[in-house]
Design a protein. Structure first.
Length: 250
């Protein structure tokens, strides 16, 4: 879709991207093009920012097609590790831990809420459930807030209970500050409501094609958010073109 002369790549870029529906979305050609740009250019850094838990990200790290991240923000912001060593990034990790009352207590308190079914997925420092049409989300929020936790509903089907103030955007912001990454070098990308906090950081961003309507509504009119038409990697490529941040001559 885009003809890029990789030898001309002269800009620093840190792509902080959601995985499902974003970096893992799009057609083969678009994936190949974006992954090649990331892998072939040392001036491009990559951060995974996902709702997945770490164990379900590990297979991606062994997939030669997918570029390896410099850092991984997992569990909707509640986990942050080095992409190579997989060790927690300190002191950020300790700060997140200090805001979390523990999975056991959160589960115990939320057990009484009717129609709240827990997801069976790997998770740390968060508890994730399914959204049911008869679920009283106000009750969930009230109990979670009482424990100092936040609640994020996304994709119309997931409910995440997180440490207070922790979300994808918070953890990315702190990480960028720790690494001294200039604001203009950062591009965030996502497709559902649990990505909204990424677009509220003030970094320039792309909502990729096929995104959740609520995310499109919440980010429409924001000057620093580009709403792409193409799915996944295609949308990120469109954003690189739109921001004219990457190549000469496109
Ligand atoms: Mg997604």
């Amino acid at each position: 879709m885009f003809t890029a002369n990789l030898s001309k790549f002269a800009y620093m870029l840190l792509l902080a991207t959601d995985l499902d529906g974003t970096l893992l979305g799009g057609n083969y050609e678009e994936k190949h093009e974006l992954y090649s740009i990331i892998s072939a250019n040392p001036s491009v850094r990559l951060v995974f920012v996902t709702g997945r838990g770490l164990p379900s990200i590990l297979p991606l790290l062994n997939d030669p097609f997918i570029p390896n991240p410099d850092y991984i923000i997992a569990d909707v912001g509640a986990t942050v590790v080095d992409g190579k060593t997989l060790l927690p990034v300190e002191p950020l990790h300790t700060e997140i831990m200090s805001r979390w009352p523990g999975e056991a207590l959160v589960r115990e308190r939320l057990k009484q809420v009717p129609h709240l079914r827990e997801q069976v997925v790997p998770m740390d420092r968060r508890c994730s459930y399914y959204l049911h049409e008869q679920l009283d989300i106000t009750e969930v929020k009230s109990i979670a807030n009482g424990l100092g936790c936040d609640v994020i509903v996304s994709a119309g089907k997931f409910v995440d209970v997180l440490p207070g103030g922790i979300n994808k955007g918070f953890t990315l912001r702190r990480l960028m500050e720790m690494l001294n990454v200039p604001e203009k070098e950062v591009l965030v990308a996502g497709d559902t409501l649990n990505d909204l906090s990424l677009f509220e950081t003030g970094y320039k961003g792309v909502v990729v094609g096929g995104a959740e309507k609520e995310l499109l509504d919440a980010t429409s009119g924001h000057q620093h958010v580009y709403q792409a038409e193409r799915l996944g990697c295609g949308g990120i490529l469109q954003a690189l073109h739109h921001y004219n941040a990457v190549f000469d001559g496109i």
